[in-house]
Ligand binder design. Structure first.
Ligand SMILES: [Zn+2]
Length: 423
């Protein structure tokens, strides 16, 4: 065996070993009877960070919650559920074959592709593939596309932001700013960001969206976490920077922003939790990059849209308090335009309103920061539809349906912002 082949073999073995196969992990569906039980589940979620409760709902009327549970945690969870009289069923006895099948689907689908252009419907792409694609757009559309590295992730991945204009040379237009992949496992979000980029660059019917506005798009904020979901652990959420407690890695970027940071009702100071806020506000390089980018457009930020999954929500500020921003009803009208366009197009149902009231309190999130400190006129967190067993894991065959529906909503919201003029 040549030394090169030996190194390749070692690398392959390492890849196999690194991959978390989720053997005997179960997916439970919990069915709270009433609001009191729903609240109890939220409390259990906070008290038992080792159980990964999966946010969102599967449809507009769905009150059930799914939880991913490791084999060694199952008995304890079942005891708690029985103690509180919460009904549940085991949806999936073993997650491993599902994760394996999805991984195989994605890899074989990618292997069939021959062109350099990313086919959004055909696969999920990793961070370096997305960066390479964005670089190719600079060559293809030199007058319309700018690509800037705003900074670097903890593991030194380039965090790139794409600006799309219509190429008329006018500077300092108001901006529609879209980010995706603040949470690593929400794979449909970067796919949708790529679809938006292609719509704006390739479809003449969208010229009106670029007449007086530039679009600024950051498809992957949490580059390390996202890469980790491709290479190691499909359902990772946080960043990959170590915390003060050795066995717990990563911080929730969406609790790490320095506006109303640190409130225990909307975040956690415990590194074991999925909503860990970090030691200090902005102590994650990825949060710093998104902060700097938003502040860069502070004087012309017409619309900030953050793409997440899942649950079919359009979440407005505030997350940290039950009160509302001054122009809340204006923001509601923008969200209404998106939700109505979607229901007319596909019968997809979105709920919209303040994140605090519609979901739960969040402190230190990007939406609140964008409005309070980066002067965004409108800020919306869009929770895209669920897919797959856990909600974060749609099959490749479902990408087209989700992103085309979602584009109808985003286009309608952008047109509503544009028709009212930058305020
Ligand atoms: Zn998210």
């Amino acid at each position: 065996m040549t030394s090169l082949r030996f190194i390749i073999l070692l690398l392959q073995l390492w890849t196999v070993c690194a991959w978390e196969d989720y053997k005997d992990y179960k997916v439970l569906e919990l069915q709270p009877r009433d609001l009191a039980q729903q609240q109890l589940l939220l409390n259990l979620d906070r008290e038992q960070p080792q159980w990964d409760y999966l946010g969102g709902r599967r449809s507009a009327t769905d009150t059930s919650r799914r939880v991913l549970v490791a084999p060694q945690q199952l008995q304890q969870l079942q005891q708690q559920l029985q103690l509180h009289g919460i009904e549940y069923k085991v949806l999936l006895e073993d997650l491993a074959p599902h994760v394996r099948a999805q991984r195989a689907e994605n890899l074989s689908s990618k292997a069939k592709q021959r062109t350099h252009r990313i086919d959004v419907f055909a696969a999920f792409y990793n961070h370096s593939e997305i960066n390479a694609y964005m670089e190719s757009l600079v060559q293809l559309y030199p007058k319309r596309v700018q690509l800037k590295t705003f900074g670097w992730s903890y593991e030194q991945r380039a965090l790139k932001i794409l600006t799309i204009s219509n190429g008329d040379g006018r500077r300092n237009k108001p901006v529609i700013f879209i980010d995706a992949t603040i949470h690593a496992r929400e794979w449909i979000a970067p796919s949708f960001a790529l679809y938006i980029i292609q719509q704006l660059l390739e479809q003449a019917e969208n010229a009106d969206l670029l007449l007086n506005y530039d679009w600024v798009i950051m498809p992957v904020v949490n580059a390390d976490g996202y890469e980790f979901t491709h290479s190691d652990s499909r359902f990772w959420r946080k960043t990959r920077k170590p915390t003060p407690i050795e066995e717990h890695i990563g911080t929730d970027i969406n609790r790490n922003f320095g506006y109303k940071w640190g409130d225990d009702a909307g975040s956690s100071g415990d590194p074991a939790e999925e909503i860990y806020r970090g030691e200090q506000p902005f102590d994650q390089p990825e949060t710093q990059v998104l902060r700097d980018a938003l502040l860069h457009y502070k004087d012309r930020l017409a619309f900030y849209l953050s793409l997440h999954s899942y649950g079919n929500y359009l979440l407005l500020p505030w997350g940290h308090t039950s009160s509302f921003p001054d122009n809340y009803f204006y923001m509601m009208e923008i969200a209404d335009a998106g939700a109505m366009a979607i229901i007319q197009s596909t019968n997809g149902i979105y709920s919209y309103g303040s994140g605090y009231h519609l979901m739960y309190p969040t402190s230190g999130d990007s939406n609140d920061f964008a409005v309070a400190l980066a002067n965004a006129t409108v800020a919306i967190t869009m929770e895209l539809p669920a897919g797959g067993f856990l909600g974060f894991d749609p099959w490749v065959t479902h990408i087209e349906g989700i992103v085309t529906e979602s584009w109808v909503g985003v286009r309608a919201m952008a047109l509503e912002v544009i028709s009212r003029g930058y305020q």
